[in-house]
Ligand binder design. Structure first.
Ligand code: NAD
Length: 468
């Protein structure tokens, strides 16, 4: 039995069966979640379609409901936090931050005003571009930030007048279900339906005839499946996919001054951040200093159960990901790379892994060429600036990147040459609700956040009035 329910048409609903959810700190099933049936998914989409008729009509009511939803989420941080830690692994403090950040996102969209776009007003005609909701949205989220990434979709989709069926990852369904229960108290029935199940449920959603838009955050491989599934029905898609972000340190950088920010950029959430630093390029002249400073910082990290307040990093979120990170590091070490610190799993139950700094790995090694999505960072040396930009861009990923220097203008001139959706100077993973976020190439299609993200949940309509 599951103690958290799906929300369909405003009501708490159990499913015909449940599936086990593992606590990554122990490696064992700690709770159950409903396994949505096909009939229940139909009901959820029917409810969303029915609710759309009224929801689209009253923008003021939508803003009021979103504000109320933001307030409820912030108030529920202590309730959602432990549920998130138990299934995701992240330290409780970080888990409690998710509903707070999600609340901030909902509030931002509740208050977002987009100016009118009058494109013609002359003797011949008056023409204005307006935005119309797309209809029902199918939203699918990953396991690294279940609550925050749901809010990135709920806020703009609902403000634009759409209704939604939301499915969290089967690895972390319970915190999103709890969020659904809380939001059902303030949103009209059918506006936000939350269902849970395996990847198969995601496939049913993307091939279902009702949704007009799929908003997806997850891996590149699944993103490609979704684009394919959406094509026959020409469903709109926004895809927020994986990254292999390069951070480039310039030769005038101060290694000691940037160590903490580099560490956070690479290891926050145990490296399980789409836009984390995944490759660090350092000039030969600074290589040893940067490696020493970073390795010293990383070696101090306390890894442990997220419910232990002294834990700085929790376990890797799930077994396949733990095996993947372990495998990528082992392969790099076997190929001649060295671990300046870490380099192996931590003994005992749970998916704990030593935070790792690798030296001597370069392109051609999988941990450099692919997205590791875990607590292991290759530090790669370079000689020439043009060459390093080419190397940073020589990938099908293009989510974000950063350049680090004591001269921000010099860094910005390099940053603008990076083929990626966000190019930071002297920081990494600085995000906000006002800032469009998305990837070049395989890292995505479309953007989330800001007025640009809102536009992704709309169709453009031209209102044209002839004057003669
Ligand atoms: P995933 O692609 O395995 O799963 C994501 C979601 O898709 C889950 O809910 C899953 O059940 C569902 N799904 C799986 N197969 C499906 C299918 N065929 N059709 C429909 N839905 C399906 O990703 P993950 O392992 O949960 O998340 C990690 C990945 O997400 C990483 O690559 C990371 O970089 C990426 N990510 C991207 C962003 C971004 O904003 N760009 C943010 C966070 C994570």
């Amino acid at each position: 039995m599951s103690d958290v329910s799906m929300i369909i048409d405003g009501e708490r609903r159990a499913a015909p069966s449940t599936f086990g959810v593992v606590n990554p700190a122990t490696g064992t099933v700690h709770a159950e979640a409903p396994d949505c049936s096909r009939e229940q998914l139909d009901e959820a989409f029917d409810a969303a379609a029915k609710a759309f008729t009224d929801w689209r009509k009253d923008e003021t009511a939508r803003r009021t409901a979103l504000r109320e939803a933001a307030t409820r989420l912030a108030a529920a941080a202590d309730q959602i936090g432990p549920v998130l830690t138990a299934e995701q692994g992240k330290p409780l403090k970080a888990a409690k931050m998710e509903p707070l950040a999600a609340s901030m996102w909902l509030k931002y969209f509740a208050d977002l005003e987009v100016g009118r776009e009058i494109i013609q007003d002359d003797a011949r005609a008056y023409a204005e571009v307006v935005r119309r909701p797309v209809g029902v949205v199918a939203a699918i989220t990953p396991w690294n930030f279940p609550i925050v990434l749901s809010a990135w979709k709920i806020g703009p989709a609902l403000l634009a007048g759409n209704t939604m069926v939301l499915k969290p990852s089967p690895f972390t369904p319970r915190s999103t279900l709890l969020m659904g229960e809380i939001l059902a108290e303030v949103l009209p029935p059918g506006v936000l339906n939350v269902v849970s199940g395996g990847d198969e449920l995601g496939k049913w959603m993307t091939t279902h005839p009702t949704p007009r838009k799929i908003s997806f955050t997850g891996s590149v491989a699944t993103g490609k499946h979704i684009a394919t599934a959406a094509a026959p029905d020409l469903k709109r898609v926004t895809l927020e996919l994986g990254g292999n972000d390069a951070a480039i340190i310039l030769d005038d950088a101060d290694p000691t001054a940037i160590t903490e920010k580099l560490f956070r950029g690479a290891f926050d959430n145990n490296g399980q951040v789409c836009s984390a630093i995944k490759r660090l390029y350092v000039p030969e002249s600074l290589y040893d200093d940067v490696v020493d400073a970073l390795a010293a910082r990383v070696a101090r990290v306390k890894v442990g159960d997220g419910m232990d307040p002294t834990s700085e990093l929790g376990p890797i979120q799930n077994r396949p990901q733990y095996d993947r990170v372990s495998g990528l590091v082992a392969e790099a070490l076997a190929g001649g790379a060295k671990a300046a610190t870490g380099g192996a799993p931590i003994d005992g139950p749970g998916y704990f892994y030593q935070p790792t700094i690798l030296t001597g790995a370069a392109e051609g090694t999988r941990i450099v060429d692919e997205e590791q999505f875990g607590p292991a960072l290759p530090v790669i040396s370079y000689r020439d600036l043009d060459e390093v930009v080419t190397r940073a861009n020589a990938t099908m990923y293009g989510l974000s990147g950063s350049v680090w220097s004591t001269d921000p203008d010099r860094a910005a001139a390099i940053a603008e040459q990076l083929d990626c959706g966000t190019a930071w100077v002297n920081t990494h993973v600085a995000l906000g609700p006002h800032q469009p976020f998305g990837g070049f190439k395989w890292s995505g299609l479309g953007v989330e956040n800001g007025p640009w993200g809102l536009a992704g949940f709309t169709e453009i309509q031209v209102q044209y009035r002839a004057k003669k």
